[in-house]
Design a protein around this ligand. Structure first.
Ligand code: ZN
Length: 156
């Protein structure tokens, strides 16, 4: 099972993005570092303009530049730093992926053009105490889906 750590600085950015988006869904791509066996840490994320619809529309083309810049800044060390997956918010409902989310991520993970070994989907929302909560799922090229551990480091 994969474990995905979201460090404090990334959590703060998510928190701000979700506050700003309010009832609108927002999201983007995740870039991560391989920090241990089956363990990744989110190091960078992109934020697309929030849309007014509660559906998750991915646009990898808009994110390619962000991914390339992230990798280049880290010496193109692709086994350690790479595209990790996607994130978006569910401001008004549970952080579990919808059937559309599952289908979108499966088609991404099984797309030979993308050539990913796996793709992670993180879904976040702010709970009634305005605290960040979320879920993590991993999608493999063979079409399988695994619930993963979302590790939210505590804000000091
Ligand atoms: Zn969703």
């Amino acid at each position: 099972m994969l474990r995905i750590t979201v460090p404090n600085d990334i959590q703060e950015r998510l928190h701000l993005a979700l506050m700003k988006a309010g009832d609108r869904e927002c999201g983007g791509v995740l870039m991560g570092e391989h920090v241990g066996v089956n363990h990744f840490a989110v190091r960078e994320l992109s934020l697309q303009k929030p849309g007014g619809i509660a559906s998750f529309v991915r646009s990898l083309t808009g994110a390619v530049k962000a991914i390339q810049a992230f990798c280049r800044a880290r010496g193109d060390n692709f086994t350690r730093f790479n595209y990790l997956g996607e994130w978006h918010s569910h401001p008004l409902f549970s952080v579990q992926p919808s059937s559309t989310d599952h289908a979108t991520m499966r088609s991404l993970a099984t797309d030979v053009k993308v050539g990913a070994n796996f793709a992670v989907l993180l879904i976040f929302r702010l709970n009634s105490n305005c605290k960040l909560e979320g879920s993590a799922h991993t999608y493999l090229p063979d079409g399988s889906i695994y619930q993963s551990v979302l590790d939210l480091e505590n804000v000091q």
